[in-house]
Design a protein around this ligand. Sequence first.
Ligand code: G3I
Length: 360
Amino acid sequence: MNKLRRIVRAGRTIAGGANILCAACCIATLASGPVLAAPQKAAAKSVSLKSAAAVKGRYFGAAIDPALLAEPSYRKLAAREFSAITPENAMKWQFVEPAEGAFNWRAADEVAAFARSNGQKLRGHNLLWEDHLPSWVANGRFTPAALKALIEDYVGVEVARYKGVVYAWDVVNEPFADDGGWRRGVLYDALGPDYIAIALRAARAADAHAKLYINEYNVERHGAKFEALYNLVVSLKHSGAPIDGVGLQSHFVAGQTPSDLPAILAKFAALGVDVTITELDLRIALPASSQSLARQAEDYRFVVDSCLSVARCVGVTTWGISDAHSWIPSFFPGYGAALLFDDGGNPKPAYAAAISAFRK
Ligand code: G3I
């Protein structure tokens, strides 16, 4: 498909800053109406994760599934507790452009509207992820030059659409394999590690102010994968590629939270980038017991303390809100109960622990 056709289909011409904000307002008004106004006012005075984090100049965020925003209790918790949100899936390339040129921004716009109507930061997740590309890209047999042009075009379109709306992007997600080698796939195989700088530069060209991150897991302790990411940030900085931050996903097992975390955060920050915990959860072998929930609470406290120990750690985000909708049970059978709210949306011991860590 030629570039002009992609641009027109992507809606770039109608979705610049003012238009998307206007669309966002309309969706928000329709979806929430004035009903949210009163509870929000009341909650502003009470303790919440976001108010506790704000005392220390941090945000507290959560990943959001727009399909669940229709549930009043989910919506209420998302608005009351969190000052930043990340779409769990809605901004991923495979959902935004499932077929070439067939852009679908509905779910992503819905999350953007929700964030705006609640005064929350919006974290864009994610632009490129080798493991979860749309099938037409993964199977596309593009030449390196064509793939480079496609990356530049796609990244440019998505970042421009949310210019001034998304405050930070996970530009590249999970570039490394667990052994510290590069994650293989069509991007790496065609372009080598250059695909990362290509994407960063395209994102910067589309929004000069959005913070540009690389997001990775299993780098929260010392080891080959941490070294690989560290060296990548060093080399991107050295080459002048625009890299502003490192996101540590932090999918942990309660009781095995890496004690290296504060040191790892400090090492990245010392390279001159922001750091943040992007996808925190602490899974427990089911059924959870009062002991395992207490252990989990201490681990949540440790993660918040770790972030607070590093000036450039800008905030903490959990990967979901309540245990009812977490990705954990389906990906790690036998595990669950990983978040701060239980299946009924009630705060768990970890909730109080996280808040008290910010307030001490
Ligand atoms: O929406 C479709 C639905 O239409 C279809 O019928 C169904 C059939 O499989 O799939 C649905 O999409 C699923 C989607 O979640 C929404 O539920 C995808 O198959 C499934 O792969 C997708 O999983 C997501 C995964 O990333 C891959 O994109 C998880 O929800 C999401 O929690 C997970 O999040 C990742 C972060 O992005 C990166 N770090 C790790 C983290 C956990 O894996």
